[in-house]
Design a binder for this molecule. Structure first.
Ligand code: MN
Length: 150
């Protein structure tokens, strides 16, 4: 976001003037599907960043965990969210907190675009992906297995 402008006009379909539509992550770095990223606020003096992620129907974020935390506001549509051992249906304007080192994933399961605002620490550790063993353990919970197979 260029310095000097403190305002961003909405522009089009959940887009903002001067905010680039980016890939969710580097391709091949982790599993994900049909999801984009827009960085809304990332000023150094803020200490955190606010991003908008949006999935197309059937899309999902990466199943991951890390030491930093997320404060999430569902912003568009509805879908499913895994936090730890809990799978919940979430819809705008619901709120979701992702504590440290807690498995989490969002899935656009409702046949519509599913978007959320995500506040995150500016300084953050690298996300961990589940090992095969950890994935097997997660799948022992039937709700998580069903979620991962949607
Ligand atoms: Mn995360």
């Amino acid at each position: 976001m260029p310095e000097g402008s403190n305002f961003r006009q909405p522009e089009g379909d959940f887009r903002w003037d001067g905010v680039e539509l980016m890939a969710y992550k580097e391709e091949g770095s982790a599993p994900f599907k049909a999801i984009t990223r827009q960085v809304l606020f990332a000023r150094p003096e803020l200490g955190c960043e606010l991003r908008y992620f949006e999935m197309q129907p059937g899309g999902h974020s990466t199943l991951e965990r890390h030491g930093h935390v997320h404060a999430v506001t569902i912003f568009r549509g509805r879908g499913l969210c895994l936090v730890g051992s809990e799978v919940r249906e979430v819809a705008a304007p619901g709120l979701v907190y992702i504590p440290p080192m807690t498995w989490h994933q969002f899935r656009a399961t409702a046949g519509e675009p599913f978007g959320f605002l995500c506040m995150v620490n500016a300084q953050r550790d690298k996300p961990q992906l589940p090992s095969e063993d950890e994935l097997r353990q997660l799948r022992q919970n039937p709700a998580i297995a069903a979620f991962l197979d949607t």
